[in-house]
Design a protein around this ligand. Structure first.
Ligand SMILES: Cc1ncc(COP(=O)(O)O)c(C=O)c1O
Length: 414
């Protein structure tokens, strides 16, 4: 499968038409029935999927029944250990299936930021090494990079990707700043502030051409659950994601893909009984061969089961391509609706390639709009840089929710 980011970026001009005409295979009736399973969606018009997705009742139930089962057979017993070990493996397999990678490359984490911290602290930094980071990364990740920089005497610079939203070539902008000492490049697959989808495969090729040994860490907070992925084909080293945003899983469960090559050279930093193999006498005997080496110790396994259920729920509505086509159809509807309001300026000058639709108001006053909308049960959020409002559209989003949001914004500005 081709890298969807490449495809969508290259064909950005035609994205609108493609989205509008896509045979999503998801009918309005199917969607209505599917949505009825999400209690949070019954009481509000929700546009904050990029912050946190809602949980289906089946996921909530599965979390509860998994807790009950652990109590019934344990909580600590051979049977309970086997049960939770099976859940861990099932989640790893399920994540690998979604990313189209081998399960051995997946590390179970809590969230995106922990997934980023694993390579940030695991790479063998030398004073003078260089980190290149985009100017659109999340504050939590920036803070971790700044501390790595301070502790190990590493250089850091940022490359200006925000300006490539409507024109320019992000791969060329990044490659131009890769130096002989660049050890790590950090980008997001989808920029959380502007909604731009970066052409991951092209970026990987450009980085490797500039510096063959460079590693690339991708923050996938906004891409997993949105883009159909064939990750192994991209050549990426680290891809950190979470279940609680676009996958609509419970908060507290995420994952990290580490390529087999990167795993060979990167030791774990946070270490516990899940990281290791055992000798005959029960002593530590080397790292686990797989991505489990970066896992630590006891986690809340019922949450893992809740995420498996969430993934089952979303695949029941359509495959990754169908869901992405539906999401694009809906984000295009919002982008067009907002574009028809004279005082609203969408950051993108063409149809979105993802579910994030960011916009400004000609008079500013973004926080007043966000607060006024929340009072009417429309949930959007402020973004500080660039100063804008972000509305997230999922395949779950209904036409009438989008039209209602556009109407509420127009009424607020009238
Ligand atoms: C791009 C990006 N990175 C990281 C995060 C933080 O995610 P988590 O809480 O899963 O670490 C977010 C959350 O909004 C995000 O959008």
């Amino acid at each position: 499968m081709s890298d969807p980011a490449n495809t969508t970026t290259a064909n950005a001009k035609t994205a609108s038409a493609t989205a509008a005409n896509a045979a999503t295979g998801i009918t309005a009736e199917t969607l209505r029935l599917h949505r009825a399973q999400f209690p949070a969606l019954a009481t509000k018009r929700y546009f904050n999927y990029g912050g946190q997705g809602p949980l289906a009742q089946a996921s909530l139930d599965r979390i509860f029944t998994t807790f009950q089962e652990i109590q019934r057979i344990g909580p600590f017993s051979g049977a309970a250990n086997g049960y939770v070990g099976g859940i861990r493996q099932a989640l790893r397999d399920r994540m690998a299936q979604e990313l189209q990678v081998d399960p051995s490359t997946i590390t179970l984490t809590e969230d995106v930021t922990m997934g980023c911290n694993i390579p940030l602290w695991g790479l063998a930094w030398q004073p003078g090494d260089h980190i290149l980071m985009s100017d659109c990364e999340h504050p939590g990740v920036i803070a971790a990079v700044q501390e790595v920089q301070r502790r190990f005497g590493v250089e850091m610079s940022t490359c200006p990707l925000m300006d490539t939203l409507n024109t320019g070539d992000p791969a060329a902008v990044i490659a131009a700043q890769v130096q002989p000492k660049t050890k790590l490049v950090i980008i997001s697959h989808i920029l959380w502030n502007t909604g731009q989808v970066l052409p991951l495969k092209q970026i990987m090729e450009a980085c490797r051409a500039a510096q063959p040994h460079v590693r690339v860490l991708v923050d996938a907070a906004q891409s997993v659950g949105v883009l159909p992925l064939a990750l192994a084909e991209t050549g990426v080293d680290f891809y950190a994601f979470t279940g609680h945003k676009w996958w609509c899983g419970p908060e507290g469960v995420g994952g990290l893909y580490v390529s087999p090559e990167a795993r060979e050279t990167m030791h774990p930093t946070y270490i516990g009984w899940r990281s290791i193999n055992y000798s005959a006498t029960g002593q530590p005997a080397g790292w686990q061969a797989s991505g489990e080496r970066y896992e630590v110790a006891t986690s809340s396994y019922p949450l893992y089961a809740g995420l498996i259920e969430a993934l089952d729920q979303l695949s029941s509505i359509g495959n990754a391509e169908e869901r992405y086509a539906k999401l694009l159809q809906q984000s295009d509807r919002l982008w067009q609706g907002l574009g028809a309001i004279p005082q609203v300026h969408c950051l993108r000058d063409k149809a979105p390639e993802a579910g994030l639709v960011s916009f400004t108001l000609s008079h500013g006053q973004h926080s007043a709009l966000v607060a006024a909308l929340e009072k009417q049960d429309y949930h959007v959020r402020l973004i500080a840089d660039p100063n804008c409002v972000r509305a997230c559209v999922h395949y779950l989003t209904l036409d009438e929710e989008i039209d209602g949001l556009v109407g509420a914004i127009a009424a607020h500005l009238a």
